[in-house]
Design a protein around this ligand. Structure first.
Ligand code: FAD
Length: 418
C-alpha cells in the first residue's frame, strides 16, 4: 500500500490501534521470504508493517536464481500470486543425479510422482518483483522501502521500535516482530539468540550460460569430488550453474578470463547441450550451515535465512523459508481467530515446534550429501555408489528421496492444501 511514508493501514481507527498497537505485526526484511509472509497474511485481518532497508530497485537487482520446489509453488498458489510468477520462470520435468563420471545415473521424471512438473527455476527478480507489487495491493499491509527498524524494546505486552524513513524517526508499537532480515539477522543477534553450525570449506560460483542445444527442461546435479555442480534450466534456453569448489579453487576459477572459465566449466558441464555461451557476470557466495537455537521468543519470530542456512546442494534454503512463512501465517491466523495474543511465546512456540525439526532434517540431509560426495575416499565412494544404485532400482527409495527434497514429506500447511 504505502511506500516510504508511515501511515496506518486502515485509517482512522482499527481495533489494533484502539488496543494501543500501531500494527499487529512488523516484518523486518522485504526479501522474498519477508514479502511472501506479508502476502500470505493479506486476508488475515491482521495489520502488517513491512520494512525493507534497500531501495526497491536494488532489492530486485540480485544476480541469483533459485530452484523453486513443488511445495513452494503450492504455497504461492494458495496466496494467489503464482499466476504472476509462472510466466517468467522455467519448469523442470526431469532431474538427473550422477556421481562424477560414474555411468549409473539416477533419473526422476514427472511420472514418478504423477505430476505435470517436478519443479521450477526462477531468477531473483521473477519472484521479488511480483511479490513487491502484490503487497502494494494488500490493504492490510503498509510497505516501507527503503526504511530501517532500530532500537527494539521487548516488553510483556508490546514490542516497541523506531522506524527510520529518510531522516525521520517514528516509534511503532506492535504485538510481534518477525525477523526476515537474512542470515546475519541483526534482530536475532540483538535478541541474544545463539546459532549452531559451521562454514563450509567450499564457496559457490553462480553463473548463467546459453547452451547450443535445448535444455529440455532437465535439471542436473553432478557430484564432483571438489563439490556439487548443478545445472538448472531457465527461460530462453538459458541455464543457471551453481558450482561448488574449495575456496581457493573457486576464487581462482572466478579470476579466469571468460574463455578459460568456459573451458573449465565445460569439463564439469559435459557435452549434452553442445557449446556454451557465458552470459553476464559470475558471482561467488560463501556457504554455511546454521540453525538458530530458538525460532521464537516472546514477541519475536525468526523466518527464512534469519533462522537457518544450508548448503546450496538441492536448492533448499529459500524453499525452507517459504515453508516457514506458510507455517507462521497459519499459526498466527489460527491464534488470532481464537482470540489469543499473536506475540505470546505460547503461540509462537507452535511455529517453532513445527519448523525447527523439519528444517534440521533438510540441513542434515544437504550436509550429508555434500560430505558423502565431495571426496575420493574409496570406502565412501563404494557406499555412495551403492546408494545411487539402490535409489535407481528401488522405486520406494527413489520417490522418498525426491519427495523429501521437494518438500512433500513434512506437514503440509493449509496454504498448500487446495
Ligand atoms: C549459491 C547459492 C545458491 C542458492 N540456491 C538456492 C536455490 O536454488 N533454491 C533455494 O531455495 N535457495 C537457494 N539458496 C538460498 C537462498 O538464497 C536464501 O535462502 C534466500 O535468499 C533467503 O531469503 P531471505 O528473504 O530469508 O533473506 P535475504 O534474501 O537475505 O533477505 C533479507 C532482506 O532483509 C533486508 N534487511 C536486512 N536487515 C534489515 C533491516 N534492519 N531493516 C530492514 N530490512 C533489512 C535485506 O535488505 C534483505 O532484502 C542459495 C544460496 C546460495 C548462497
Amino acid at each position: 500500500m504505502a511506500q516510504a511514508q508511515l501511515q496506518t493501514p486502515n485509517p482512522p481507527q482499527t481495533p489494533t490501534q484502539t488496543r494501543g498497537y500501531d500494527y499487529d505485526l512488523v516484518i523486518v526484511g522485504g526479501g522474498i521470504v519477508g514479502l511472501t509472509l506479508a502476502s500470505a497474511l493479506k486476508d488475515s485481518g491482521l495489520s502488517v508493517l513491512l520494512v525493507e532497508a534497500k531501495v526497491e530497485s536494488a532489492a530486485v537487482a540480485k544476480g541469483q536464481a533459485y530452484a523453486v520446489h513443488m511445495l513452494s509453488a503450492l504455497i504461492f498458489q494458495g496466496i494467489g500470486i503464482w499466476n504472476k510468477i509462472l510466466p517468467n520462470i522455467e519448469t523442470y520435468r526431469r532431474v538427473r543425479l550422477s556421481d562424477a563420471d560414474y555411468p549409473s545415473v539416477v533419473e526422476w521424471e514427472t511420472k514418478d510422482i504423477n505430476t505435470k512438473d517436478l519443479g521450477y527455476v526462477a531468477e531473483h527478480q521473477a519472484l521479488l518483483h511480483p511479490l513487491q507489487e502484490f503487497v502494494k495491493n494488500c490493504p492490510n499491509v503498509t510497505y516501507l522501502c527503503p526504511a530501517q527498524v532500530l532500537n527494539i524494546q521487548y516488553q510483556q505486552d508490546v514490542v516497541t521500535m523506531d522506524v527510520k524513513i529518510a531522516d525521520q524517526m517514528q516509534t511503532v508499537r506492535s504485538k510481534l516482530i518477525v525477523a526476515a532480515d537474512g542470515s546475519r539477522s541483526p534482530i536475532r543477534e540483538a535478541a541474544g539468540i545463539k546459532t549452531r553450525g559451521w562454514k563450509y570449506w567450499q564457496s559457490c560460483i553462480v553463473a548463467f550460460v546459453k547452451p547450443e542445444k535445448p535444455h529440455n527442461n532437465t535439471a542436473y546435479e553432478k557430484f564432483w569430488s571438489s563439490g556439487p555442480f548443478a545445472i538448472l534450466p531457465l527461460p530462453g534456453n538459458r541455464c543457471r550453474i551453481v558450482w561448488t569448489a574449495p575456496h581457493e579453487e573457486a576464487k581462482a576459477l572466478c579470476a579466469l578470463d571468460d574463455e578459460q572459465f568456459l573451458t573449465e566449466l565445460s569439463k564439469r558441464y559435459g557435452n549434452q547441450m553442445g557449446k556454451l555461451e557465458l552470459l553476464g557476470d559470475r558471482f561467488i557466495f560463501q556457504v554455511q550451515l546454521m540453525q538458530s537455537d530458538r525460532y521464537a521468543l516472546h514477541r519475536l519470530a525468526l523466518i527464512g535465512d534469519a533462522a537457518h542456512n544450508c548448503h546450496p546442494v538441492g536448492g533448499q534454503g529459500l524453499n525452507l523459508g517459504i515453508r516457514d512463512v506458510a507455517a507462521l501465517a497459519q499459526v498466527l491466523q489460527e491464534a488470532d481467530t481464537q482470540g489469543e495474543d499473536i506475540g505470546n511465546i505460547q503461540v509462537l512456540k507452535r511455529y517453532e515446534r513445527w519448523r525447527q525439526r523439519e528444517n534440521l532434517t533438510i540441513l542434515g540431509f544437504t550436509d550429508l550429501l555434500d560430505r558423502m560426495f565431495s571426496n575420493n575416499i574409496l570406502p565412501i565412494v563404494i557406499v555412495r555408489r551403492l546408494g545411487l544404485w539402490m535409489m535407481q532400482r528401488i522405486p520406494l527409495v527413489k520417490v522418498f528421496a525426491l519427495k523429501l527434497m521437494i518438500g512433500l514429506k513434512g506437514r503440509t500447511p493449509k496454504l498448500a492444501q487446495h
